[in-house]
Design a protein around this ligand. Sequence first.
Ligand code: PAJ
Length: 283
Amino acid sequence: MKISNQTEELEQTLKALDTCPMRVLVPTMGCLHQGHIELIHRARQLAGQDGSVILSVFVNPTQFDKAEDLENYPRSLERDLSLCREHGVDIVYAPAPAAMYHQDHSITVSESALSSQLCGATRPGHFDGVCTVVLKLINLTQPAIAVFGKKDYQQLAVIRRMVRDLNVPVKIEGVDTIREKSGLALSSRNERLSPAQHADAARIRRALLAARKAHQQGEVSAQTLLGIARTEIEASEVGAVIDYLELLDSQTLQHIDRVNSAAVMATAVFYGKVRLIDNIELA
Ligand code: PAJ
């Protein structure tokens, strides 16, 4: 496995791969867990044994709106590298912020429709930071395919839109959310939950499943479906606080009153300072 921290070094490593039939990129912010590992496995399937799986580890400062969140973001590069070795990653690109952003960088990719709700509404500038860094990582590594998790539903939609609108020559692959047995979506943030919060957080999935079940049984009113999910989350005994809980058209990510076509219910829930997100598709 090759490890690069500098752009020039990465370019040299990639040059040596020039004859490689297929490159697949897995962008991450590190602190890898089983959710990321599934992305690596999917990337390997897509790359084939002769292709290359490139994983980036970069805690991207431009997508954090609070300096405190950036500072507190968990980092575990040595452990990440050994997981990458174990799971057959070919190249890890782990640059320092100074290697990714020129001090006077002044160009940003900005998405203006899909970003307006959910995480975009509560975290101003977040998706500009995500789009900009993902485009940079794609430009740097020039993969045929880039792999992302459906856990970050809005992020995946925004990246697909960027690739479509800017004609970025890459295929975007989405991977289903990996969960604990309890249903809680795996996240690097889960380790910051107390044991009681961790046990309670399974209700986020239960809430979304209850709404989907009601929809499958014929309920189409957004207000009713959101009410079902809200009741389950607000029954938390450790004080879960809803940041947002919304029902959106899954193509446009705009609010709907009734579920008549493909929709997504998405939520962000605070346990103390830890903010967890999840979503479910209602067909
Ligand atoms: P990060 O939160 O590290 O996530 C990296 C990738 O792993 C994302 O595509 C995310 O959707 C996926 N992922 C996280 N938890 C998952 C789970 N439980 N199941 C399946 N996939 C999961 O998302 C980012 O980093 C950043 O915004 C990034 C795209 C790297 C840009 O900086």
